[in-house]
Design a protein around this ligand. Structure first.
Ligand SMILES: NC(=O)c1ccc[n+]([C@@H]2O[C@H](COP(=O)([O-])OP(=O)(O)OC[C@H]3O[C@@H](n4cnc5c(N)ncnc54)[C@H](O)[C@@H]3O)[C@@H](O)[C@H]2O)c1
Length: 420
């Protein structure tokens, strides 16, 4: 994991605790979920991790890069997500996880000043240094396979430019230090070259541009992104499809958050917030289809704010005010106040993505893994294809992909056979 901060250390500590039988991996579909096979009367409902051959928790080793030298233990203490009682039970293992030096061009994340960083003459050389790290990590830990998940800070918003359009243009850009190539793209490029599947937990460009898609295809590597779907957006992709299913109209949706962790501090910078805003705003447009349902959603005013408020730490509070209307246009309101915990919601996503990307690679799947949209605020899709945001359609797609991988028929929910 590039970025050994709150999310990454919460995930690692959780897996280490679960391995010792001292914690339940709540929120993880791969660890807790089941999958129905065949008819409802067949009674075949295995656990997902018994149905598809996922790596076992006991076989995992963890590593990462960070711009600060803190071990996973120190970083977890700093993040203050898990209590000392939990962390101290796995302290010995967490202390051995020390970050490798980071790729850090500070213009990508203005609020951070890293000290634990690599020096190179060009971005091309930087890619080579990360590739050496990957090979060393693989050899030192005796790993058969690797997966990378970006858990680093959100970078400033960058639109794809000429340099992102082809592999040749990107390689040339690396050699001349093109400013459009940010830290996360350098890690991703190195991972893809090493055949390591890559998922992007932040809204950065990272692996979502034509050159990266092409490289992933050529090296037969699965990729996925962008931006873990955790608190407010999770609620939005649950509630919005419900209102739309009943053809209720929406005039306004105002969402605001307060959070006080380092992620919140980084998002206080307008450049980083812009990346998040783009990622958070897209959701409703795709779910509600205002161009098709102009009378219901044509005038929808959607606004998203994130406020950095240190006293809350990782315990984020997300408010939603929804101004909706029903029969004859009569107005109603819904208020949601989600007192959530950011990293507690994100950690299971990191674990699931690592296991599922590894599975995808072994199944010969390469390039964008749209079936993993379930986990993302802003799912990556093939060029020209709109993303699917509805959580329940995403879940069906994910489970049907697993059935397809194992030669089981997909479930359509048609169900006429029970009545014929
Ligand atoms: N619910 C969630 O927590 C959630 C949801 C969606 C997305 N995310 C995203 O996940 C990412 C991680 O969130 P977090 O709460 O763990 O943040 P964090 O600030 O605690 O951790 C990020 C870590 O990345 C490190 N970092 C920054 N630039 C780096 C670089 N170039 N190389 C290596 N390390 C680098 C930082 O030093 C920090 O330790 C953020 O981008 C965040 O926006 C989180």
């Amino acid at each position: 994991m590039p970025g050994l901060g709150a999310v990454a250390t919460t995930m690692i500590a959780g897996v280490l605790l679960a391995r010792r039988g001292q914690g339940a991996l709540v929120g993880s579909l791969t660890q807790m979920g089941t999958i129905r096979l065949g008819k409802r009367t067949d009674n075949r409902v295995p656990r997902i991790n018994e149905f598809v051959p996922l790596a076992r928790l006991d076989d995992l080793v963890f590593g990462g890069w960070d711009i600060f030298p803190d071990s996973a233990y120190q970083s977890a203490i700093h993040a203050n997500v898990l209590g000392r009682d939990h962390l101290d039970r796995v302290r010995d293992e967490l202390e051995t996880i020390e970050p490798m030096t980071a790729v850090f061009y500070p213009e990508c994340v203005r609020r951070l000043h890293g000290t634990h960083i690599k020096r190179a003459r060009s971005k091309a050389e930087m890619v080579e240094l990360v590739r050496e790290d990957i090979r060393r990590f693989r050899a030192t830990n005796g790993c058969d396979r690797l997966v990378a998940i970006w858990c680093g800070s959100t970078e400033s918003h960058v639109e794809p430019s000429q340099v992102h359009q082809s592999m040749e243009a990107f390689e040339a850009g690396l050699r001349r230090d093109d400013p459009g190539i940010g830290n996360s793209q350098i890690y991703a490029w190195a991972c893809l070259k090493e055949g390591v599947p890559f998922a992007n937990g932040a809204p950065n460009l990272t692996v979502d541009f034509p050159a990266a898609w092409q490289l992933a295809h050529e090296h037969r590597v699965p990729i996925a992104g962008k931006d873990f779907k955790t608190g407010q957006t999770l609620m939005k992709t649950v509630v919005a499809p419900g209102l739309k299913a009943r053809m209720l109209g929406i005039r306004g949706w105002f969402s605001t958050n307060i959070l006080g962790n380092r992620d919140g501090e980084v998002l206080d910078d307008p450049g980083s917030f812009k990346s998040k805003e783009v990622s958070k705003l897209g959701v409703l447009d795709y779910i509600l289809q205002p161009e098709v349902y102009a009378a219901l959603y044509g005038d929808l005013f959607h606004k998203v704010r994130i406020e950095y408020y240190p006293p809350r730490g990782d315990a984020k509070e997300g408010w939603d005010n929804i101004d909706l209307f029903g029969w004859l246009g009569y107005p109603m309101q819904i208020k949601i106040d989600f007192l959530c915990r950011d990293s507690i919601l994100a950690a299971p996503i990191v674990l699931d993505l690592a296991l599922l990307l590894d599975l995808a690679q072994r199944a010969g799947m390469k390039g964008i893994q749209e079936w993993l949209s379930f986990y993302f605020k802003s799912p990556m899709t093939a060029a020209g294809l709109y993303p699917e945001h509805d959580l329940f359609i995403q879940l069906m797609k994910l489970k049907n992909t697993m059935r397809w991988m194992r030669g089981e028929p997909p479930i359509t929910h048609l169900g006429h056979e029970y009545y014929d």
